[in-house]
Write a protein that binds this ligand. Structure first.
Ligand SMILES: NC(=O)c1ccc[n+]([C@@H]2O[C@H](COP(=O)([O-])OP(=O)(O)OC[C@H]3O[C@@H](n4cnc5c(N)ncnc54)[C@H](O)[C@@H]3O)[C@@H](O)[C@H]2O)c1
Length: 363
């Protein structure tokens, strides 16, 4: 950290989500956005002007930005550039807040974690739904032992019609589709509640019947990622995880997130209505505990914590707080490596049309 109290931040990638980072940093005292980098010539300068960051410097090459005296960087590039930019930032001694998903491949995620460890710098992944107080309720229930032996978890969900455009639907930029865009959130919810058990193997199927159909997507000719995926994942501890995700479908729901245990079950429905709802992205609709009370099959609704917390702002605030306090990463890359290992396994398995092992190095 610099000698003054001001935290100096750089932003790499100046598209849609970078604006949300700027808005969040602005809510924190003594934070200065010093520079912005974007590979598209002139884009960082336009962003600086549009967001009123008058004193910030603009770069095309993120490595030039990284030569500055900065405490932290927000990485807001498309997924394919997450690994290179994070590794360069960590090597340059910066603390990193990286947008989700962590990377595209497992190999990239492993490299990123290894570099974070070697350099001692922070790599925190931007899963803002973690800051929903209802996430703590879910995790506390699962961790409390009330469910007994948890042996089956189902997570994910489906939007009736909720396909993004642009960088999200092109493999050369996004690396993957619905799995990487929204699937990573559902995985994080389930794995975080379970205490992030190691994934062992994956058997998966993916398809893209909606995205490649001009009737359903305006960029059908460029759409080459999956819009649907389903996987059976074996987790350490004898847990079966059924993971499914869909950007578009002819169905109202792909079901709730559920944890089945020998003593109880927990069901979580996502909040929201309309074609873009149906997957968990930070707002919980209901939490229900299924258990036997004196032999009676009982369903106990768990009171939801209604709140007005801006989850996105919370994740950025926590990152800055962690820099100030010299704390470890709030959402460590080391943990999210397992999330990425599953997505990597889904893509490999669906291509090979068979179950694949997940091999993780001892780190
Ligand atoms: N947490 C959330 O709620 C949330 C929401 C939307 C997007 N995202 C994530 O944020 C990331 C960016 O999404 P977006 O919607 O802002 O995309 P976008 O396409 O609008 O913006 C990405 C920007 O990065 C630039 N870029 C590409 N490669 C670069 C590089 N090597 N160095 C510097 N700049 C580079 C592009 O030119 C573009 O301006 C994605 O990984 C996405 O998954 C997160």
């Amino acid at each position: 950290m610099t000698s003054t109290n001001t935290i100096r931040i750089g932003i790499i990638g100046s598209g849609g989500i970078a604006r949300a980072h700027v808005a969040a940093y602005r809510t924190i005292e003594n934070v200065q956005i010093v520079a912005v980098a974007d590979v598209v010539p002139g884009k960082a300068r336009e962003f600086i002007e549009a967001t009123g960051l008058a004193d910030a410097l603009a770069f095309e090459d993120h490595r030039e930005l990284l030569r500055l005296d900065l405490d932290g960087v927000s990485i807001c590039t498309p997924n394919m550039a997450h690994c290179r930019t994070s590794v360069d930032a960590l090597e340059a001694g910066k603390q990193v807040l990286l947008e989700k998903p962590m990377s595209v491949t497992l190999d990239e995620a492993i490299e990123m974690v290894q570099v974070a460890k070697r350099t001692g710098n922070m790599l925190s992944i931007g899963f803002q739904p973690r800051y929903d107080p209802n996430m703590d309720i879910i995790r506390n229930i699962v961790q409390s032992g009330q469910l007994g032996n948890v042996y089956y978890v189902e997570t994910g969900g489906g939007r009736r019609r909720g396909m993004p455009r642009g960088t999200f639907v092109r493999k050369e930029l996004a690396g993957a589709g619905a799995m990487a865009d929204i699937g990573c959130y559902s995985l994080d919810m389930a794995l975080n509640a379970l205490g992030y058990p190691k994934p062992l193997s994956v058997s998966a199927y993916t398809s893209n019947f909606f995205g490649t159909n001009p009737k359903h997507h305006p960029e059908a000719d460029k759409f080459d990622v999956e819009d649907f995926g389903v996987a059976l994942v074996r987790l350490e501890g004898g847990i079966a995880l059924n993971f499914k995700i869909s950007w578009a479908m002819h169905m109202d729901t792909l079901g709730a997130t559920m944890f089945l245990g020998s003593e109880g079950g927990l069901k979580i429905t996502p909040a929201g209505k309309g074609p873009w709802s149906g997957v968990w992205d930070g707002k919980v609709g209901s939490i229900t505990l299924f258990h036997d009370v004196l032999g009676h099959q009982t369903e106990s609704p768990i009171p939801i914590k209604e709140h007005t917390i801006n989850l996105f702002h919370e994740k950025v605030k926590d990152f800055v707080k962690a820099i100030r306090e010299g704390r470890a990463a709030p959402i460590p890359g080391e943990q999210i490596l397992y999330n990425q290992a599953i997505i990597d396994g889904v893509l490999r398995s669906s291509e090979l049309k068979r179950e694949v092992e997940i091999s993780l190095p001892g780190m």
